[in-house]
Write a protein that binds this ligand. Sequence first.
Ligand SMILES: Cc1cc2nc3c(=O)[nH]c(=O)nc-3n(C[C@H](O)[C@H](O)[C@H](O)COP(=O)(O)O)c2cc1C
Length: 255
Amino acid sequence: MRETNEMIQKQLSHRTIREFTEEKIPEEIFQQLMEVGRRTATANGMQASSIIRITDSEIKKEIAKVCNQEYVARAPELLIFIVDLYRNSQIAKEKDAYEESARDMDNFFSSFTDACLMAQNIVNAAESLGLGAVYLGSILNDSEKICEILQLPQLTFPVIGLGIGYPNQEPQLKPRMDMKFRVFENQYNTFNNYLEELKDYDEEMQTYYDLRDANRRVDSFTNQVITKFKNANPKRQEILNTIKKMGFAFHLKDE
Ligand SMILES: Cc1cc2nc3c(=O)[nH]c(=O)nc-3n(C[C@H](O)[C@H](O)[C@H](O)COP(=O)(O)O)c2cc1C
């Protein structure tokens, strides 16, 4: 028997929760989750990510509109994780030591990674307490609007939203593709025929019911890939424009 523990078992039974009971998360529990966020590893110790807790129901509704997902407005807790280089650039300015490098992509991606790690650490902690969570990449359907709603200053940028609460649904475990496609040894492995290789997974995926569309099984994985690429959101494709508007510099060779 492989050695395991409660935490790993929880992580292996992860599923996204999109419907929550009315029960509020007790403040001590919520603060504990924030403590987990604060303790998360952070590139160079710079702590250049922040969380905005949305408690105003009107703002929640505005965010849900951008997401185009009504369940966002119903999440008992709604958090937005942000790249936050504003704070550190202000520190540098106050020391009369501002460097343009605060705006560069190295800092941006370090902060972006920090924000993601913070979010996942909080999700793990929340799930360990019997809470459920849903990530909301959909806040980026209109990143400029989110910056406006949250009154984000220069050198910040919204990364991901997170709804948390007590689960009011029991979704199936969503199938994942075989490990051999996701984990490689020493070098990247390509496969000659992905459709052939993924046949069984495609079949397995069609046994999954997405509770957002309860009466229908989901499409095969390989079809989902096509649908995703076909339905690219033009505003999301232009995301770099918002990032630039928020003060970040790309330093592209052909700029
Ligand atoms: C970066 C990211 C963005 C996501 N955005 C959304 C979203 O906007 N709305 C949503 O309902 N679920 C969202 N999800 C949840 C995924 O749809 C979900 O993780 C995936 O379908 C796998 O299902 P599972 O988490 O139940 O295993 C997102 C997940 C990630 C990691």
